[in-house]
Design a protein around this ligand. Structure first.
Ligand code: ATP
Ligand code: MG
Length: 287
């Protein structure tokens, strides 16, 4: 897979705001296959010029994502380079980021959320089997490719986005700001990014999903966030004890105590959602 050339990317202009180190745009990718012109909408992330020293890490993220393929991982076409501009070209995901979607919708069913958590766990399992560390799992980096269509019995469909600039390249403040997603052991040793760290982030992301996309520790300053980890605190537990237990296991301050992906998937599969229970209860009554 070659990196797309800049002149194949058109309509580069509709701004979609900022990422941590990027400016985002919607665009279109044009390629000629079998003599036919194919136009595909794409999402473009242009690395900020002030973060130019991170370009290697940015390329690494793109190359990692373009080399692996899984239905719940975003498709990255490559990085387009024009002079000083480095632009990551990836598939355009219609419904955008999951945190924003959940905040907008407010009331999403428990089984919907559980579906999303299972999909993320399957992506995580795929990465674990390949021994690939993601390093930036959070609800903002889960993109919603399909809401759901109850009339067709179809469920939501998510894709995990690229990790962006890797943790060891980040400044201390950015790492502190990523509390509670960043694994606590990375505060003092950002280079110790391992598969265990993704488990912690998974726990924090599941917490977000089941809290309607509300941002945990919103508005806390960096000092307060650091103290949160230094005193080994936990996010407020879900009332659903089995779910709270799973989040707790993932967000264990002792990295090697965190569960394997197989265990996470097994636990998710054993969770019976309350709307499922309610559905069956009413069926029973109407019989
Ligand atoms: P970071 O590296 O910290 O994740 P980023 O550059 O990936 O930063 P984000 O803040 O994750 O930027 O994403 C910004 C917004 O862009 C998201 O909230 C989402 O709505 C939108 N977005 C990101 N990727 C896509 C995509 N592939 N398709 C459609 N929208 C996207
Ligand atoms: Mg992102």
């Amino acid at each position: 897979k070659g990196f797309p050339r800049y002149d194949e990317i058109t309509n580069y202009g509709e701004s979609l705001g900022h990422g941590s180190f990027t400016r985002n745009f919607k665009g279109f990718k044009t390629d000629i296959r079998d003599g036919e012109k194919h136009v595909t909408p794409v999402f473009l992330k242009e690395l900020d010029v002030v973060h130019k020293n991170c370009w290697e890490s940015f390329f690494e993220a793109a190359s990692l994502m373009s080399q692996i393929s899984h239905k719940h991982l975003i498709l990255v076409y490559g990085v387009s380079v024009l002079g000083v501009k480095n632009i990551m070209v990836q598939e355009f995901v219609e419904c955008g980021a999951l945190d924003l979607y959940l905040k907008r919708r407010r009331s999403v069913s428990v089984s919907w959320k559980l579906d999303v958590a299972k999909q993320l766990a399957s992506a995580l399992n795929f990465l674990e089997e390949k021994n690939i560390v993601h390093g930036n799992i959070c609800a903002k980096n889960l993109l919603l490719a399909r809401e759901d269509d109850p009339s067709q019995g179809s469920s939501p469909f998510i894709k995990l986005s690229d990790p962006g600039i890797s943790v060891p390249m980040l400044g201390k403040d950015v790492i502190l700001d990523r509390i509670p997603w960043v694994a606590p052991e990375l505060l003092d040793a950002p280079e110790k990014l391992t598969l265990d760290c993704d488990k912690w982030s998974f726990g924090a992301t599941v917490w977000e999903i089941f809290n309607n996309g509300n941002t945990p520790l919103l508005g806390w300053d960096l000092d307060k966030k650091r103290q949160f980890y230094e005193s080994s605190q936990q996010l407020p537990p879900s009332q659903w004890t089995e779910l709270a237990d799973l989040v707790n296991q993932c967000m264990d301050y002792q990295a090697d105590f965190r569960p394997s992906c197989r265990s996470i998937i097994r636990q998710l599969n054993s969770l019976i959602t309350s709307d499922y229970v309610i559905l069956h209860a009413t069926e029973h009554i109407t019989k």
